[in-house]
Design a protein around this ligand. Structure first.
Ligand code: NAD
Length: 492
């Protein structure tokens, strides 16, 4: 019994000894960790200076997802940040080093920023602007009930910011990251800033549009690994300054016009929505015919030439030919027989027809009678006229009594020896009769020349057409930098 008690005592003693040892070891480890982190931060600082990153004092308006993640990122690059929000709770949380959003890795980055004295927050926008050289605006831009963009938070920040720079002699830079429709910067943001400051953009202050591409839940990873960085600005110098905040990040660094940068964000998000909706509709069809949609899409995604690629992404004319319209009709019919609602797939033929009728209406609007069509097979390098959308344009114009001449060297060849000879003679003899033998015949006497496909021969139309000849380009023929006032693209 005595022996047992002694053994237990020894065990407890050993346990306490070990605990104390561990505590000392952990304390030393923590101290070491803090030291290593401090050295790391200093090295980071030297690294960013070495990269040419200019360290700036930055105010960030709007402490939501974008604002907080942006703050965390910028402080990790040793910039000093002051967050501004109308929400007092968010301000005090940030001042206490507490992250006001739920997002992986952000609390740790903010804690570090607080330890290094790189972050603070305020609700006083004037003070924030006075103490910083650059402001990043990340306030919300929600939807109104009718779907329009609600810019009230943007307007209120601009009013405050305008008043704040009124007495500031330095040329402040405003970087807008909130998603806004093209034209909002030019027609809303700049006028408000100018009105309340009494100053001029590009002279006394600068604005930049810099869309944000992060996704919630992977926001920090996305911030350090952006697909691209886009900076829209009127000034190359200011664009370069803003780009330098992101120096060293992967992906292309793109400088462009403000309006283009505004639009890019919508194109991205709408395309993502399109992909999700498309694949969900395909998923329902697959499920209903007993196929695993994920297996189907895995195979689809392995085609990086036509599917997951840049192909088919430049605006132009309607699709046609012997496959796309037929296969779209077949899959829509299949969905119908399965009692499935596939509104996106249904809408494609409708949207395509819309592009054809738009072209016809546009030609009518030119109010000219002699029309020449250069290229009318469904694409260059083929004589295939089946379901060529150009045939619909031609037939509509014939029906309305226009004087038409058509030229397409691939179709002319087919007329003499080609496999489509019979199709031309039996299905579209009225079209065959309007064909001429050379492009020069169109250039000679037509009032309007429609470029219908990308045959390289048509490159010379832009240079050789007379000023009084209208060029209507359905395909964006090569380099249009020489285009004059007589040129019009269908959707550019
Ligand atoms: N959340 C995303 O994943 C994401 C990604 C890319 C782009 N965006 C865009 O970024 C913008 C911000 O989005 P979010 O999700 O961060 O918004 P959010 O709603 O989470 O945060 C906006 C913040 O702005 C504050 N605010 C409103 N008026 C203010 C003012 N006058 N001064 C200072 N602060 C003010 C609000 O109190 C709020 O804290 C939106 O335009 C959004 O479309 C969001």
């Amino acid at each position: 019994m005595k022996l047992n008690i002694n053994l237990n005592k020894d065990k407890i003693k050993d346990k306490i000894k070990n605990k104390i040892k561990n505590k000392i070891r952990n304390k030393n480890k923590d101290k070491l960790k803090i030291k290593i982190n401090k050295i790391k931060d200093k090295l980071n600082w030297i690294f960013y200076i070495f990269l040419g990153v200019f360290l700036v004092n930055i105010s960030i308006f709007g402490l939501g997802y974008v604002g907080v993640v942006t703050s965390a990122y910028l402080t990790s690059r040793q910039h000093k940040v002051v967050g501004v929000d109308v929400n007092a709770l968010k301000v005090s949380m940030l001042n206490d080093g507490i992250c006001p959003i739920v997002e992986k890795d952000v609390p740790e980055l903010l804690k570090k920023a607080k330890e290094n004295n790189l972050i603070s927050a305020t609700s006083d926008s004037k003070e924030a602007i006075f103490n910083t050289e650059l402001s990043i605006i990340c306030v919300g831009t929600p939807s109104m009930p009718n779907g329009s963009l609600d810019t009230k938070y943007i307007k209120s920040v601009c009013e405050e910011a305008g008043k704040s720079i009124k007495e500031k002699s330095d040329k402040h830079i405003f970087v807008f990251r909130s998603t806004m429709l093209p034209g909002t910067m030019r027609n809303t943001v700049i006028p408000i800033l100018e009105k309340y400051s009494g100053k001029k953009q590009n002279v006394d202050f600068f604005v930049v549009f810099n869309p944000e591409f992060l996704r919630e839940s992977t926001a920090v990873y996305d911030f350090y690994n952006p697909p691209k960085t886009v900076v829209g600005s009127d000034s190359m110098e200011v664009a370069n300054k803003v780009i330098s905040l992101y120096e060293g990040l992967p992906g292309p660094m793109i400088k462009t016009k403000i309006e283009v940068a505004e639009m890019v964000k919508y194109v991205d998000n709408n395309f993502h929505a399109l992909k999700i909706t498309f694949t969900n509709e395909i998923g329902h069809i697959c499920k209903n015919i007993g196929l695993d949609s994920h297996e189907v899409m895995d195979i689809f995604m392995q085609d990086t030439k036509l599917n997951i690629s840049t192909y088919y992404l430049k605006p132009g004319f309607a699709f046609g030919g012997s496959c796309l319209p037929k296969d779209l009709r077949a899959i829509n019919y299949l969905a119908k027989t399965l009692d499935l609602n596939v509104p996106l797939l249904n809408s494609l033929i409708y949207s395509n027809n819309n592009q054809i009728s738009y072209a016809i209406r546009k030609v009518i609007s030119f109010k000219k009678n002699k029309i020449g069509i250069a290229g009318f097979s469904f694409k260059e390098g083929t004589d295939d006229l089946r379901e060529s959308p150009l045939i619909e344009v031609i037939e509509a114009l014939i029906g309305k009594g226009y004087d038409l001449k058509l030229y397409d060297r691939n179709v002319s060849l087919a007329k003499l020896v080609g496999a489509n000879k019979e199709y031309i003679e039996t299905h579209i003899p009225h079209i065959s009769a309007l064909m001429v033998d050379s492009l020069d015949e169109l250039l000679e006497d037509r009032d309007v020349i429609i470029i219908g496909n990308k045959d390289p021969e048509f490159n010379r139309i832009i240079n050789e057409a007379r000023d009084d000849q209208k060029i209507f380009d359905l395909v964006r023929m090569g380099d249009i930098s020489n285009a004059r006032g007589n040129y019009e693209g269908i959707c550019w």
